[in-house]
Design a protein around this ligand. Structure first.
Ligand code: PGA
Length: 252
């Protein structure tokens, strides 16, 4: 049985004041969480502040990105896996479509980062997903396959015992347009099926989150699909009530 996992991707949002307010809300409702793993991923500048403000073991911390260099060095503006570990991060989101589209991150850089995260003891949340053009032109499965293959080639299938996958259709991110539960399930089943061809037991265990305009009102139906194991939540994770409601929809 896979334990559902919900992560909040705060993207580049927040201030000390707003995070204090958000985390105070999360702390007060954390006791309602049951049967679900939960993480929040603040901007890296606020990871330490968020970690210190969280007063519950029910919610852990992740980062939104990290450097390919695992330790330290002359990489102005970057932050490494070892630094994230030092700050107490358990997870790191890698290959988010905004990183791919805005910062030109390639499949191969993302694969290297996944390897570095794994070696550093941080669980990567590997994001994959197609654009609307790709979906409409019928190449959705080959795009997602290529994104997964790039990582599989570097780390191998056994490493996926320690990887979380987030399927995020680019057209559903921040748009208010959600993939229907059936559309999302179809892709989740495709991803699990692809991994099953390499190792059935890894595929059975790997957590595959759905991301893209998840809200309290649509979470239950999405998470009720057999291959959807929770979500990666953007906008709705900035509101404590909404985020906890989504986490509860994934739990028991
Ligand atoms: P959204 O973002 O929930 O605001 O659509 C999801 C994500 O980008 O991870």
């Amino acid at each position: 049985m896979r334990k559902p996992f919900v992560a909040g991707n705060w993207k580049m949002h927040g201030s000390k004041a707003s995070i204090l307010n958000l985390v105070t809300g999360l702390n007060s409702m954390a006791g309602e969480l049951d049967g679900v793993d939960v993480a929040v991923c603040p901007p890296s500048l606020y990871i330490d502040f968020t970690k210190r403000t969280l007063s519950t073991p029910a919610i852990v911390i992740g980062a939104q990105n990290m450097a390919e260099e695992p330790y330290q060095g002359a990489f102005t503006g970057e932050g490494s896996a070892v630094m994230l570990k030092d700050l107490g991060c358990d997870y790191v989101i890698l290959g988010h479509s905004e990183r791919r589209a805005i910062y030109g991150e390639t499949d191969s850089e993302i694969a290297n980062k996944v390897q570095v995260a794994l070696k550093s003891g941080i669980t990567p949340i590997l994001c994959v997903g197609e654009t609307l053009d790709e979906r409409e032109s019928g190449v959705m499965e080959s795009v997602i396959s290529a994104q997964l293959d790039a990582v599989l080639d570097v780390v191998g299938i056994a490493a996926f015992n320690f990887v979380v996958i987030a399927y995020e259709p680019v057209w559903a991110i921040g748009t208010g347009v959600t993939a229907s539960p059936a559309q999302a399930q179809e892709v989740h089943a495709f991803i699990r099926g692809k991994l099953a061809k390499l190792d059935a037991s890894v595929a059975e265990k790997v957590v595959i989150q759905y991301g893209g305009s998840v809200k309290p009102g649509n979470a239950k139906e999405l998470f009720g699909q057999p291959d959807i194991d929770g979500g990666l939540i953007g906008g709705a994770s900035l509101d404590a009530d909404d985020f906890i409601a989504i986490c509860k929809a994934a739990g028991v």
